[in-house]
Ligand binder design. Structure first.
Ligand SMILES: [Fe+2]
Length: 317
């Protein structure tokens, strides 16, 4: 299958090598070298077009992201911030695991080579050192993608750890996601829905409880081979699924909404409530005026906090 994204990634790595080895360090190149995420104008273009694209990063080996540090973090987070499931999954699974089903997640993480599991640590920004790390990374991204100050919002971080040869079922997320491989290897396949109707239907199913797990496998369009130091940007509603390599895998996903995607979130939440009343609302994008009214209504009704609680990533694997 063609992998146009892989080509972009290689050229970026070569440019990074040029900066480090062949050119004197200017102020700009020093700043680039200090960035944790290697985002550039090419990334910004892909982000604006909502195209999945490869990125490089410098987080492999970070002391907060070792398996032991993550096991300790899992034990410090509230139990409801831990998702755990079996490693051996089909690509299509109706719904995700319940929160907080494991009493001692740190122990599972320390023995992932034998415990055949995958775990997601939700909202790692609850712990200040991880919040600082998340913000440092996303500040670099915000500098590249924000059209207006404050465009990036609702930042969140997730850590995903999994046994060798784990599978993450096909799903999509509502947020912009940066999936960053820290240790081990995995293949992330990015797909597209066969039709706009399918896409629309899956978005509605999200609010009915699927939380992004899709009914049918989307059409694969590219596969990213993630190794430590590599990652991929996934735009909202971009279906993807993951096959681990033969080692324990650690990855971190940083997510955010933009002003536009947050507005869609509010519109979809509003529409979901209308569907509960057996009404048939227009999907987002049909009318700017109607979307604006719906989004404003959600804000005025003070729904934001309830939305936040309901919003739960299906896996962020
Ligand atoms: Fe995901």
């Amino acid at each position: 299958m063609p992998n146009r994204i892989g080509k972009v990634n290689r050229s970026r790595s070569q440019r990074l090598g040029d900066v480090d080895m062949a050119q004197p360090m200017t102020g700009a190149s020093t700043a680039n070298a200090q960035r944790r995420l290697c985002v550039d104008g090419e990334f910004a273009k892909a982000h604006q077009a909502l195209d999945p694209t490869a990125i490089d990063h410098r987080l492999a080996g970070h002391p907060l992201l070792t398996l032991e540090a993550i096991a300790d973090l899992a034990d410090r987070l509230p139990r409801t911030s831990i998702l755990c499931d079996t490693a051996d999954q089909p690509l299509i699974v109706a719904s995700g695991p319940a929160r907080g089903s494991v009493a001692h997640p740190g122990d599972v993480i320390r023995h992932l080579d034998t415990r055949r599991s995958w775990l997601t640590l939700l909202n790692i920004e609850q712990q200040p050192p991880y919040r600082e790390l998340m913000d440092a990374c996303l500040d670099d991204v915000a500098a590249m993608v924000e059209r207006r100050p404050g465009d990036m919002r609702r930042r969140a971080g997730f850590i995903f750890v999994s046994s060798p040869l784990s599978v993450t079922p096909a799903h999509f997320d509502l947020e912009h996601s940066l999936l960053l491989q820290i240790s081990g290897q995995k293949q992330v396949t990015v797909g597209r829905f066969a039709t706009q109707e399918t896409r629309h239907g899956e978005r509605e199913r999200y609010w009915s409880g699927s939380l992004g797990r899709v009914k049918d496998l989307p059409i694969a369009i590219a596969t990213h081979d993630l190794v430590p130091g590599r990652g991929v940007y996934l735009p909202p509603i971009c279906p993807h699924w993951v096959h681990n390599g033969d080692e324990v895998s650690v990855s971190m996903t940083l997510t955010y909404f933009t002003r536009d995607s947050e507005r869609e979130l509010f519109v979809e939440a509003f529409n979901a409530r209308l569907r509960q009343l057996h009404l048939h609302p227009r999907p987002p994008g049909s009318s700017q005026a109607v979307d604006g009214a719906k989004a404003s209504a959600m804000r005025l009704w003070g729904m934001r906090h309830r939305l936040l609680r309901r919003q739960q990533p299906s896996s962020h694997g």
